[in-house]
Write a protein that binds this ligand. Structure first.
Ligand code: ADP
Length: 269
């Protein structure tokens, strides 16, 4: 396994007088793997994500991307090309009046020649299933389509890693499913590493590896299969199993099987 990104003993706080919100995290992200990061709100997931491409700098420790350090000013622009970020709210990520201009935005900043830009836009939109939408106005798109355009904008930069910070959380079930499929394809067909911060069990199931965060620390790491089997851990991470599994578990433990007809919802348990 080739490691692409290393988080080395990283700690972080937002203000000098405030407590640490990231506490001594060590983590590697390998080439072509899908890593899910889970944990309660406030456990430090977004802060950690922002450190992966140098949007935030560690107070202690280092973040190294392909041999480049995020706290070396001269390395930052290359790091930002290698590590693309997609955030929760698609509305906040649309910057242009057409889809193609939106995807072109990052490319214009790095002065990609126009022919190559055209190719990159076309290829990126194809990879996220948005070919044919080049001239569409972003505000006419669904939330899921907007997220896919945001991913296309990142893909156009030819990244090695895409970090998605709760990118599926505002989408309807269909949008979530489609976006997960896009993420899987990028991982499998393009060999891009995917880091997804999520509360979605299905997204976690698709990942190769899961990291569980609590109060700024990493409390567990394992294959998604292993982590999904540890219910205590899922509860600590604020992730609950789907209701039927919880009902079954509880009844086995407390009331015996099978499910009484009267038990129809969570409240009664
Ligand atoms: P998560 O993504 O797991 O919900 P965050 O990384 O957003 O967690 O937050 C971790 C901690 O840092 C929380 O206590 C949060 O209140 C605090 N925090 C987040 N952003 C800021 C900020 N810009 N300034 C000060 N504190 C912040």
């Amino acid at each position: 396994m080739v490691s692409l990104l290393a988080v080395n003993n990283v700690s972080f706080r937002y203000q000098p007088e405030m407590p640490l919100v990231i506490k001594g995290i060590n983590l590697t992200i390998n080439e072509g793997e899908w890593l899910a990061v889970v944990g309660h709100n406030g456990s430090g997931k977004s802060t950690l994500a922002k450190m992966l491409n140098g949007l935030l700098q560690p107070e202690e420790g280092s973040v190294v991307v392909d041999g480049l350090f995020t706290n070396h000013e001269k390395d930052l622009s290359l790091i930002r090309k290698k590590v693309g970020m997609v955030f929760q709210n698609p509305e906040n990520q649309m910057v242009a009046t057409t889809v193609k201009d939106d995807v072109a935005f990052g490319l214009e900043n790095i002065a990609v020649p126009s022919e190559e830009m055209k190719d990159r836009i076309e290829n990126s939109l194809k990879k996220v299933g948005m070919s044919g939408y080049e001239n569409a106005e972003p505000h006419h798109l669904s939330g899921g389509q907007k997220q896919r355009v945001a991913i296309a904008g990142v893909l156009a930069m030819k990244p090695s890693i895409i970090v998605l910070d709760e990118a599926t959380s505002m989408l309807d079930p269909e949008g979530k499913t489609h976006l997960r499929e896009v993420m899987k394809q990028l991982q499998v067909n393009e060999g891009i590493s995917v880091v997804s911060i999520t509360h979605d069990l299905e997204e976690m199931r698709q990942a190769d590896r899961v990291v569980v965060m609590k109060e700024g620390a990493m409390i567990a790491e394992g294959t998604s299969k292993d982590v999904l089997q540890q219910k205590d851990l899922l509860e600590q991470a604020g992730l609950m199993l789907p209701l039927p599994a919880r009902v079954g578990d509880r009844l086995k433990k407390e009331k015996g099987w099978p499910l009484p007809k009267s038990v129809t919802n969570e409240e009664e348990l």
